[in-house]
Ligand binder design. Structure first.
Ligand SMILES: [Zn+2]
Length: 536
């Protein structure tokens, strides 16, 4: 076949614009399908143009009047809607089959899929669906006819890492795809696509989907425009905050938490506002692990005058759509969300992604952070975490070998190198450089080392205090037995600790205090039932 590259380049320029160009990895993946008719596993990072791997063959077939449909399996409905919009722009005939499609439309798709090869084949070139909808008998029957007619060109499996059972986005319904092909479309190639996969996840994708002698295509996962940072919350405590709590709450755990968390929150709000000042239309995302945590954070950040709303499965659909819509349009600066938010949201100018607490896997951290800076302009990816959270994560680490822990606690190795190394990508250069945004370790290794040491010291002190408290409580029991006041020893010890604990001012002064004045907006809880308020 002469000049597949030139043909595809020409198509891209005609449909997208004169500056569009084909990347080698895209070409390799398309070649595996249209020339070799082989299964393919493509690992292409966010923003690389992963969907081109099935969109390009669809355009190419249409251009050549060759009948053929590709079924695209995607995990989320929101993803399907975004993809359909994209196909409109590229002038590709595409449709979606899912629970929300009305009967008349399903009838049309059903009839279209049954059009014979010699009658030109189906008009639809890409049929988007979810793994659950692919199980519907009606769709199966229509696709079986389509495959028998020789009109089913490929099955593209987007977010293919969802088949990895111990992965961060496991979806059991993905496991049915192998049986689907064996039953309905034997011999039709799979195009498995993912933004990230460790060698172990790749093995699992091959096994679970039953890929036969697949072509492996991989592009570097490096995102040069992302700046990776870790903020150990304990390192951010400063005298004032601890002091304000000291009056009635000296040294209790709750008091310490509020002290350190308030500074970290102020840092987060200041960082968000600063990105907005530099790029006024831009937006950001804060990820938290639970719905409750999202509510709590959003309330606290609103208190710091950050324009944000929560996004999690506990809110009704209308409210979620409104929040997502406002955020997409740039009318809402920031979304405080669980990990469900963002998958499939293709917004180019996300200027920061913050994780409040460590995600359970480094894949999760990479993917969620990867939603920042799709426009290739600088963006910040900041992980805020505490020693307690990291310890907790280590306990429940399911075969991840402490990867997140190593990333978060590391002081001597470039964050970018740790992330890429996790996916089996070695860097000859080592640290950030050559036009890459500098991670915190590469930018100022001494500051990172100091912050980590301060965080470890604080954590050690907290652990010591806990033990002292337990000992003092036991002594208190004895006091009671002797007729003295219970808990006197505990109080005594706490006052001693508060008086001797060194202060660690590591946060720039402008982040220490958020001005409180008449201009401050009244606090409005984002939802009913928000009980937690940050202490002022
Ligand atoms: Zn670095």
């Amino acid at each position: 076949m002469s000049g597949l590259r030139e043909e595809l380049e020409a198509l891209l320029k005609a449909r997208i614009g004169p500056r569009a160009s084909l990347r080698d990895a895209q070409l390799d993946a398309v070649r595996a399908l249209v020339e070799q008719k082989r299964d393919c596993l493509a690992t292409l990072p966010t923003g690389f143009g992963k969907s081109m791997v099935y969109q390009l063959p669809a355009m190419w077939r249409a251009e050549k009047d060759t009948p053929g449909v590709t079924v695209v399996v995607a995990p989320l409905l929101s993803l399907l809607r975004d993809q359909l919009r994209g196909c409109d722009d590229l002038d590709i005939d595409a449709a979606a089959w899912c629970g929300t499609v009305d009967k008349a439309k399903m009838d049309r798709i059903d009839a279209d899929l049954r059009i014979d090869y010699h009658d030109g084949g189906p008009g639809i070139k890409l049929l988007y669906t979810t793994p659950e909808s692919l199980g519907s008998q009606r769709l199966k029957d229509a696709l079986r006819v389509c495959a028998t007619n020789g009109c089913l060109s490929s099955i593209a499996v987007d977010e293919a890492h969802c088949v990895a059972s111990w992965g961060h986005d496991f979806r059991p319904s993905y496991l049915a795809l192998k049986d689907f092909r064996d039953d309905v479309a034997p011999g039709v190639p799979f195009q498995a696509l993912t933004a990230t996969a460790t060698p172990r996840v790749k093995d699992q994708i091959v096994e679970s989907l039953g890929l036969k002698d697949p072509v492996f295509v991989a592009a570097s996962l490096n995102r040069p425009n992302l700046r990776y940072e870790v903020i150990r919350r304990e390192s951010m405590r400063h005298g004032d905050d601890v002091g304000t709590e000291a009056g009635d709450d000296v040294g209790t755990e709750a008091g310490d938490d509020v002290g350190t968390e308030a500074v970290a929150l102020a840092h987060l709000a200041a960082m968000a506002k600063e990105t907005k000042e530099r790029d006024p239309g831009s937006v950001g995302v804060v990820y938290a692990r639970t719905r409750h945590e999202c509510e709590r954070l959003a309330a606290a950040l609103q208190d710091l005058e950050l324009d944000c709303e929560v996004y999690h499965a506990g809110r009704d659909k209308e409210a979620l759509a409104r929040t997502q819509g406002n955020w997409r349009e740039g009318d809402l600066h920031c979304v405080v969300a669980t990990v469900a938010f963002g998958m499939g949201v293709d917004k180019p100018d996300v200027r920061f992604v913050a994780h409040w607490g460590p995600p359970s896997t480094l894949e999760g951290l990479y993917q969620e952070s990867g939603r920042a800076g799709r426009d290739s302009l600088p963006a910040r990816c900041v992980l805020y975490c505490s020693s307690d959270e990291l310890d907790e994560l280590r306990k429940v680490d399911r075969g991840n070998c402490g990867a997140v822990d190593a990333y978060a606690r590391g002081v001597g190795t470039c964050r970018r190198a740790v992330l890429l190394g996790h996916f089996g990508e070695k860097r000859s250069a080592g640290g950030c450089g050559g036009g890459e945004e500098m991670c915190d370790v590469c930018a100022d290794p001494e500051a990172v080392r100091r912050a980590a040491a301060a965080a470890d010291r604080t954590a050690d002190r907290a652990a010591e205090r806990k033990m002292d408290d337990a000992r003092a409580a036991a002594e208190g029991e004895e006091d009671v037995a002797r007729g003295g006041g219970r808990g006197e020893a505990v109080k005594r010890r706490r006052v001693e600790v508060a008086a001797t604990a060194p202060r660690v001012p590591l946060v720039p002064t402008q982040h220490r205090r958020v001005p409180v004045g008449p201009a401050r907006k009244p606090f409005v809880p984002p939802m009913k039932g928000t009980k937690y308020r940050l202490k002022q």
